[in-house]
Ligand binder design. Structure first.
Ligand code: PGA
Length: 243
């Protein structure tokens, strides 16, 4: 595990974007595992800047997103499909045929999980997986549980996640209650994992995830077993880890 302490959110984003950019430069047809949420927005901004400066070509890049809310269409501005287009894809030269996100409108969960597993098998292995972390330790939407999920699954979001994500919706009732997410086993199959975290609210969970017992009650704790984990956190998120 490599742990890198950044000065603040912007610095964290700069480091994460440099690592992703290096991956694309070294292997232009890299398969990137991508995340949504507040944590990666700055990273994506930096990647867009690099592209606009002529330093980064997404022409052959393939992407597999971690998760998607059930019941939201791609045009809903809270869907992760919309988020990815708004925060990254619409601003770089990615080929949309190479973009993959679970389909939140597919009501048949078994069918959608099977479809996404097949897409992952065809496009993987993921060269580098970008990950945020929930304050309850979730990665993707793999919530605390009695077991580690292997493949794409249909999950019920915990109250903690619904409350954390409420800030993006008008009211709590609008937050979808279920989602599709890549499984923990699929995340662990990525060749490299890049975990980013910012702010004091992540300090406790970062400590538990990186140094606590490996348990599905803290899904991110499994990352301790990954052979190529890079952690980039700002000082606040890493205050219990670095000392
Ligand atoms: P955040 O969410 O980046 O908005 O903090 C992370 C997560 O819930 O996985």
């Amino acid at each position: 595990m490599t742990i890198c302490t950044a000065k603040n959110y912007d610095h964290m984003s700069q480091i994460a974007a440099n690592i992703l950019a290096a991956q694309i430069v070294l292997k232009p047809n890299s398969c990137l595992g991508l995340a949504t949420g507040g944590s990666p927005i700055g990273t994506y901004k930096r990647l867009i800047e690099k592209h606009k400066n002529g330093d980064l070509d997404f022409g052959e890049v393939k992407t597999l997103n971690l998760d998607e809310y059930c019941g939201l269409s791609k045009d809903n501005d809270q869907s992760y499909d919309y988020f990815m287009r708004d925060n990254l894809f619409n601003h770089v030269n990615i080929n949309f045929d190479n973009v993959n996100i679970p389909n939140g409108l597919e009501a048949d969960a078994e069918k959608e999980c099977r479809r996404y597993n097949e897409i992952m098998a065809q496009n993987g292995p993921i060269d580098i997986q970008l990950l945020g972390i929930g304050t309850n330790g979730h990665i993707g939407f793999n919530e605390p549980s009695d077991y580690f999920t292997l493949k794409t699954n249909h999950v019920s979001l915990t109250q903690a996640t619904i409350e954390a994500n409420m800030r993006y919706f008008e009211k709590a009732d609008d937050v979808p209650k279920t989602a599709y997410t890549m499984g923990i086993g699929q995340i662990m199959n990525a060749k490299k994992v890049l975990l980013i975290a910012s702010g004091e609210s992540k300090a406790d969970i970062m400590f538990r995830a990186l140094y606590g017992p490996v348990t599905p009650q803290v899904p991110a704790s499994i990352l301790q077993m990954h052979s190529n984990l890079i952690v980039i956190g700002d000082e606040a998120a890493l205050m219990r880890v670095s000392k």
